[in-house]
Design a protein. Structure first.
Length: 210
Protein backbone atom coordinates (compact mmCIF):
# COMPACT_ATOMS: atom_id res chain seq x y z
CA UNK A 1 0.00 0.00 0.00
CA UNK A 2 1.45 3.35 -0.94
CA UNK A 3 1.21 6.16 1.55
CA UNK A 4 0.38 9.47 -0.06
CA UNK A 5 2.13 12.48 1.41
CA UNK A 6 -0.32 14.96 2.89
CA UNK A 7 -1.08 17.70 0.36
CA UNK A 8 -0.72 21.26 1.47
CA UNK A 9 -3.67 23.57 1.88
CA UNK A 10 -4.20 26.67 -0.24
CA UNK A 11 -3.81 30.29 0.81
CA UNK A 12 -6.97 32.06 -0.35
CA UNK A 13 -7.38 35.80 0.25
CA UNK A 14 -10.40 38.07 -0.06
CA UNK A 15 -9.65 41.68 -0.93
CA UNK A 16 -11.70 44.74 -1.79
CA UNK A 17 -13.04 47.95 -0.36
CA UNK A 18 -14.78 48.10 3.00
CA UNK A 19 -18.38 46.74 3.10
CA UNK A 20 -18.11 44.73 -0.09
CA UNK A 21 -19.00 41.51 1.78
CA UNK A 22 -15.59 39.89 2.24
CA UNK A 23 -16.16 38.75 5.82
CA UNK A 24 -19.47 37.02 5.05
CA UNK A 25 -18.06 35.34 1.95
CA UNK A 26 -14.92 34.20 3.76
CA UNK A 27 -17.03 32.48 6.44
CA UNK A 28 -19.25 30.79 3.84
CA UNK A 29 -16.23 29.55 1.90
CA UNK A 30 -14.75 27.94 5.01
CA UNK A 31 -18.11 26.26 5.74
CA UNK A 32 -18.46 24.92 2.20
CA UNK A 33 -14.89 23.64 2.05
CA UNK A 34 -15.38 21.80 5.34
CA UNK A 35 -18.69 20.35 4.14
CA UNK A 36 -16.82 19.06 1.10
CA UNK A 37 -14.28 17.33 3.34
CA UNK A 38 -11.50 19.90 2.88
CA UNK A 39 -9.90 21.13 6.12
CA UNK A 40 -10.25 24.91 6.16
CA UNK A 41 -9.82 27.76 8.58
CA UNK A 42 -10.87 31.39 8.60
CA UNK A 43 -8.25 34.06 9.23
CA UNK A 44 -8.65 37.78 9.45
CA UNK A 45 -6.21 40.67 9.13
CA UNK A 46 -5.77 42.91 10.94
CA UNK A 47 -5.88 40.33 13.74
CA UNK A 48 -6.92 42.66 16.54
CA UNK A 49 -6.40 40.06 19.29
CA UNK A 50 -2.58 40.26 19.47
CA UNK A 51 -0.57 43.00 21.20
CA UNK A 52 0.17 44.63 17.83
CA UNK A 53 -3.45 44.09 16.79
CA UNK A 54 -4.67 45.97 19.87
CA UNK A 55 -2.60 49.00 18.81
CA UNK A 56 -4.11 48.77 15.33
CA UNK A 57 -7.60 48.51 16.80
CA UNK A 58 -7.08 51.72 18.79
CA UNK A 59 -5.67 53.41 15.72
CA UNK A 60 -8.62 52.32 13.57
CA UNK A 61 -11.10 53.42 16.24
CA UNK A 62 -9.36 56.80 16.09
CA UNK A 63 -8.46 56.75 19.78
CA UNK A 64 -4.77 56.87 18.92
CA UNK A 65 -2.76 58.83 16.34
CA UNK A 66 0.31 57.25 14.76
CA UNK A 67 2.66 58.16 11.95
CA UNK A 68 1.52 56.63 8.62
CA UNK A 69 4.81 54.77 8.13
CA UNK A 70 4.72 53.38 11.67
CA UNK A 71 1.13 52.18 11.21
CA UNK A 72 1.99 50.54 7.93
CA UNK A 73 4.80 48.60 9.60
CA UNK A 74 2.46 47.55 12.43
CA UNK A 75 -0.09 46.17 9.93
CA UNK A 76 2.76 44.32 8.25
CA UNK A 77 4.14 43.04 11.58
CA UNK A 78 0.63 41.84 12.43
CA UNK A 79 0.84 39.58 9.34
CA UNK A 80 4.42 38.49 10.08
CA UNK A 81 3.55 37.42 13.62
CA UNK A 82 1.09 34.86 12.14
CA UNK A 83 3.44 33.38 9.53
CA UNK A 84 4.67 30.39 11.51
CA UNK A 85 1.13 29.28 12.39
CA UNK A 86 -0.05 29.91 8.82
CA UNK A 87 2.79 27.85 7.35
CA UNK A 88 2.15 25.04 9.81
CA UNK A 89 -1.56 24.87 9.00
CA UNK A 90 -0.94 25.04 5.24
CA UNK A 91 1.68 22.29 5.37
CA UNK A 92 -0.70 20.13 7.43
CA UNK A 93 -3.23 20.44 4.62
CA UNK A 94 -5.53 23.14 5.99
CA UNK A 95 -6.73 25.72 3.49
CA UNK A 96 -6.71 29.25 4.92
CA UNK A 97 -9.38 31.70 3.84
CA UNK A 98 -8.07 35.12 4.78
CA UNK A 99 -10.11 38.30 5.12
CA UNK A 100 -7.58 40.93 3.84
CA UNK A 101 -3.83 40.47 3.50
CA UNK A 102 -0.83 42.18 1.97
CA UNK A 103 -2.63 43.91 -0.90
CA UNK A 104 -4.78 45.76 1.67
CA UNK A 105 -1.54 46.99 3.18
CA UNK A 106 -0.46 48.44 -0.14
CA UNK A 107 -3.83 49.79 -1.30
CA UNK A 108 -4.67 51.48 2.02
CA UNK A 109 -1.26 52.84 2.94
CA UNK A 110 -0.59 54.10 -0.60
CA UNK A 111 -3.94 55.91 -0.40
CA UNK A 112 -2.27 58.10 2.25
CA UNK A 113 0.51 58.92 -0.18
CA UNK A 114 3.17 56.38 0.78
CA UNK A 115 5.07 54.95 -2.22
CA UNK A 116 3.79 51.54 -3.38
CA UNK A 117 7.29 50.04 -3.46
CA UNK A 118 7.93 51.15 0.12
CA UNK A 119 4.59 49.65 1.17
CA UNK A 120 5.33 46.32 -0.54
CA UNK A 121 8.81 45.97 0.96
CA UNK A 122 7.78 45.09 4.52
CA UNK A 123 5.58 42.22 3.28
CA UNK A 124 8.25 40.76 1.02
CA UNK A 125 8.81 37.14 2.09
CA UNK A 126 5.30 36.51 3.46
CA UNK A 127 3.53 33.38 2.14
CA UNK A 128 2.18 34.19 -1.30
CA UNK A 129 -1.56 33.69 -1.89
CA UNK A 130 -2.59 30.94 -4.30
CA UNK A 131 -5.67 32.99 -5.12
CA UNK A 132 -6.89 36.47 -4.32
CA UNK A 133 -10.60 37.03 -4.83
CA UNK A 134 -10.90 40.73 -5.45
CA UNK A 135 -14.51 41.76 -4.86
CA UNK A 136 -15.66 44.93 -6.57
CA UNK A 137 -18.79 47.06 -6.35
CA UNK A 138 -19.86 49.95 -8.54
CA UNK A 139 -19.75 53.36 -6.85
CA UNK A 140 -23.51 53.78 -6.54
CA UNK A 141 -23.99 50.31 -5.11
CA UNK A 142 -21.26 51.02 -2.56
CA UNK A 143 -22.92 54.27 -1.45
CA UNK A 144 -26.35 52.61 -1.32
CA UNK A 145 -25.16 50.06 1.23
CA UNK A 146 -25.80 52.56 4.00
CA UNK A 147 -23.37 54.71 5.92
CA UNK A 148 -19.84 53.68 6.66
CA UNK A 149 -18.91 52.91 10.24
CA UNK A 150 -17.00 55.24 12.50
CA UNK A 151 -13.55 53.82 11.82
CA UNK A 152 -10.66 55.53 10.17
CA UNK A 153 -10.63 55.03 6.35
CA UNK A 154 -14.42 54.57 6.25
CA UNK A 155 -15.07 57.50 4.01
CA UNK A 156 -15.90 57.79 0.30
CA UNK A 157 -12.97 59.75 -1.09
CA UNK A 158 -10.45 57.59 0.78
CA UNK A 159 -12.12 54.37 -0.39
CA UNK A 160 -12.01 55.65 -3.97
CA UNK A 161 -8.26 56.14 -3.70
CA UNK A 162 -7.96 52.65 -2.21
CA UNK A 163 -9.92 51.28 -5.18
CA UNK A 164 -7.64 53.04 -7.67
CA UNK A 165 -4.59 51.57 -5.93
CA UNK A 166 -6.07 48.07 -5.98
CA UNK A 167 -6.76 48.44 -9.69
CA UNK A 168 -3.12 49.19 -10.34
CA UNK A 169 -1.96 46.11 -8.43
CA UNK A 170 -3.79 43.32 -10.30
CA UNK A 171 -1.59 40.24 -9.85
CA UNK A 172 -1.61 37.09 -11.95
CA UNK A 173 -3.09 35.19 -8.98
CA UNK A 174 -5.99 37.65 -8.69
CA UNK A 175 -9.51 36.90 -9.75
CA UNK A 176 -11.72 39.99 -10.02
CA UNK A 177 -15.34 39.27 -9.11
CA UNK A 178 -18.05 41.88 -9.49
CA UNK A 179 -20.35 41.73 -6.47
CA UNK A 180 -22.88 44.24 -7.86
CA UNK A 181 -26.52 43.28 -7.32
CA UNK A 182 -25.66 39.76 -6.26
CA UNK A 183 -27.23 38.10 -3.24
CA UNK A 184 -24.92 36.56 -0.65
CA UNK A 185 -25.81 33.10 -2.03
CA UNK A 186 -25.25 34.08 -5.67
CA UNK A 187 -21.86 35.54 -4.91
CA UNK A 188 -20.92 32.49 -2.85
CA UNK A 189 -21.84 30.11 -5.65
CA UNK A 190 -19.63 32.15 -7.97
CA UNK A 191 -16.65 32.14 -5.61
CA UNK A 192 -16.76 28.52 -4.46
CA UNK A 193 -15.70 26.90 -7.78
CA UNK A 194 -12.78 29.34 -8.04
CA UNK A 195 -11.65 28.39 -4.56
CA UNK A 196 -12.19 24.66 -5.13
CA UNK A 197 -9.94 24.71 -8.20
CA UNK A 198 -7.30 26.78 -6.41
CA UNK A 199 -7.31 24.25 -3.57
CA UNK A 200 -6.87 21.38 -6.01
CA UNK A 201 -4.11 23.18 -7.91
CA UNK A 202 -2.21 24.08 -4.75
CA UNK A 203 -1.92 20.45 -3.63
CA UNK A 204 1.11 19.70 -5.78
CA UNK A 205 2.66 23.15 -5.81
CA UNK A 206 5.19 24.54 -3.37
CA UNK A 207 4.15 27.47 -1.22
CA UNK A 208 5.77 30.58 -2.67
CA UNK A 209 6.59 33.86 -1.01
CA UNK A 210 5.79 37.47 -1.84
P1 LIG B 1 -11.13 45.05 8.53
O1 LIG B 1 -11.17 44.70 9.99
O2 LIG B 1 -10.74 43.90 7.62
O3 LIG B 1 -12.38 45.77 8.07
O4 LIG B 1 -9.92 46.11 8.39
C1 LIG B 1 -9.94 47.29 9.11
C2 LIG B 1 -9.44 48.44 8.28
O5 LIG B 1 -8.02 48.38 8.16
C3 LIG B 1 -9.98 48.49 6.87
O6 LIG B 1 -10.39 49.84 6.61
C4 LIG B 1 -8.81 48.14 6.00
C5 LIG B 1 -7.63 48.57 6.80
N1 LIG B 1 -6.44 47.75 6.56
C6 LIG B 1 -6.35 46.41 6.54
N2 LIG B 1 -5.09 46.00 6.37
C7 LIG B 1 -4.35 47.13 6.28
C8 LIG B 1 -2.96 47.37 6.09
O7 LIG B 1 -2.14 46.46 6.00
N3 LIG B 1 -2.57 48.68 6.05
C9 LIG B 1 -3.44 49.70 6.17
N4 LIG B 1 -2.97 50.94 6.12
N5 LIG B 1 -4.78 49.50 6.35
C10 LIG B 1 -5.21 48.24 6.40
NA1 LIG C 1 -13.76 47.63 8.06
NA1 LIG D 1 -9.95 41.77 7.86
Amino acid sequence: MSVKKACRGALIVLEGCDRVGKTTQAKLLVESLKNNGKPAQLMNFPDRTTAIGKMLDQYLKQSQELDDHAVHLLFSANRWECVSSMEKLLQEGTTLVVDRYSDSGIAFSAAKGLPVSWCAASDSGLPRPDLVLFLTLGGTELSSRGGYGQERYEEDSFQQRVMRNYNELKRDYWNVVNADEKSVEQLHSELLPLVTSAVAAAEDKPLLTL
